[in-house]
Design a protein around this ligand. Sequence first.
Ligand code: FE
Ligand code: FE
Ligand code: ZN
Length: 294
Amino acid sequence: MMLLIGSHVNFKKDDQLLGSLKQALSYGANTFMFYTGAPQNTKRYPIEDGLTLAALQLMKEENIDYSKVVVHAPYIVNLANDSDPVKYKFSVDFLQEEIERCKLLGITKLVLHPGSHVGLGVDRAIANISNAINMISNDSVVILLETMAGKGTEVGSKLEEIKAIIDKVEDKEHIGVCLDTCHLNDGGYDIANFDEILDRVDRIIGLNKVGCVHINDSKNECGAHKDRHENFGFGQIGFDNLIKVIYNERLKDVPKILETPYVDKDFAPYKYEIEMIRSRKFDPDLIEKIRNQN
Ligand code: FE
Ligand code: FE
Ligand code: ZN
């Protein structure tokens, strides 16, 4: 079985998609995810086609399946709250621009946090999110609603909420879901019973709607609603449970993306984690090893 594994990588003004790809390759990854700029803001630069074409060429040479590469929309896009119409419109417009950028880059998967209702309640939030998606013109990108930890007033920590949004989206071809193991755990789904979770995903949303899986351990116990990621195998979910997610046959064509924290805030753990995942053997000294080799 061909494992589709990668991580979050940078996307910088000067080398753009080509730089992201090279970073992914340096981690031993065969897929990747990036924000089209900083995750926490909406400042974005024009896409340079020359860099995109060079990246496409290199992907071909490296046997990387372009259709599995993922973009993540920035955190501050909040489609759930329309209490300030100016901010809501800004979020909708930004999402539209993000779709255009994906199109220019040839990317067909866009992960989106459903957002936080900030007191409006879940029902209104679900209407706001689906209305926003329906307002956008998009014929090429599948928007993947990410399952959330349920921190604060986050929408989407229950599969039923994701399903309710999808139900209201008119263009069913361009809507799907991204499962995040840390968020599922924090939202109350026990990853130790991952096949049961997948049964529920299948019953409620449809397994064919899963377009991406975020692989993160969690610093907190199941149901904590905290959303603090931990390195692979070093958290409450644990190595064996995460390995079962990675190698689950039902998700074999879905890209697995690590968003685990940098070690000491400086050192990307992905090359080491990917190595460990491929070996299927837990290395309790991995964090120490990353520290020493950087
Ligand atoms: Fe996310
Ligand atoms: Fe995530
Ligand atoms: Zn998270």
